[in-house]
Ligand binder design. Sequence first.
Ligand SMILES: [Zn+2]
Length: 411
Amino acid sequence: MSLAIILDKSTFQSLGHNELIQLHRYYLINVTPLLVSEILGDLSKEEVENKKLPKDIVIGLANKIFPSRTYVNANYKKLLEISLTGSQVEFSNRPFLEATKSINTGTKQGLVFEETEEEKSIRRWKDGQFNSIDEVISWFWRTQSKDEDVVEVFKSKMAQFSEIKLEKKSGDNSENLKALRDSLFNELQKPENQKRYLALIIDYFDLDYNLAAEIFHRWESENHTSLEEFSPYAFFCLSIVAMYYVGINNHLFSERKTNLLDLEYLFYTPCCKVFSTNDKFLISLFNLINPKDVYFITSSSLKDDLNKFHQHQITSGEINDRPPDKETDTFRIWDKVFDLKLSDFMKAHPKSQEQLRAEFEEVLKAAESGEQGSFNGEPDFVTKTTYMRPTDPCVCGSGKQLKDCCLLKGQ
Ligand SMILES: [Zn+2]
């Protein structure tokens, strides 16, 4: 059991080695493509005397991403595309990956995921191997994030929401923002505007021409009248950007360019169960939009939790399969999601090791059979290829390197 978590860069950066070991034990890490870009973006930072070299910062950050229990999510534009074309509606609060192969052996059906390009890059960066493409992308990322025009372009694209104003400010910022949010959602539900909002999404997210044609065709031919029903995910993304605009237009959010960039973290929240940041602006926007079934934890509470788990491990010498300290946010979220009392019962009636091993062998055989074929419904199994270096932290969560732990024991 574990929960998919998304961390923004500063949260990720703030965690030390022991905390990361605990993080990977109780959470599945959903690495967003935005985090990968932000990490690479550091490569083209200017060198500062007596400070860490940009290259070493990227190496350090890449090494914080352990290979096991970590998934790089598909880009949010892919999520938009499949949601708008109607091929997948919900993202189920777990990482969304693009399957490389779909297997159907007749008795077993499943999805096989290979290592993605991003995962390959992260693996190279850990060893300090950067190629010329990395440098170009990094440079491009930095110049783009410094572009002065982006905020103005953003404002002009969102101008149709400029009428949403507070009549009079009352209470604190958060109450004012809530009042604005209610007006915005009112506006976003208006039947006469639905098609216009669909066009706005296509324009704002810069979806390609053929895709746009396919989307409009679906809208017309299926007689849709509500964007939220047509594509819940696109509606969700639109509500984030529109809410941000309404916030700046009422001087309740700052126009900082980095805010505009950070919005992207929220686009990925349907692919996680827990979101963590210490950024006040993101916290405020998260609470206003309230992504479905996603819990929030500040980076400082997360760090505290992980330290408690580490201390518990040191003093007890035990490796736990659930958060060992009840006075933590992590435990509280686990309890809500998994109902830990019920899972105690399940644990008392476990499948035998032999049974589990036999099931595992069967899945591997099916995945390696290469018998491709499409199928409908839920897969029986999902496999994901991950490459580990001997120096990576061991999969068992001991905190030791693989070569000194399970690899040594031949497991
Ligand atoms: Zn081990």
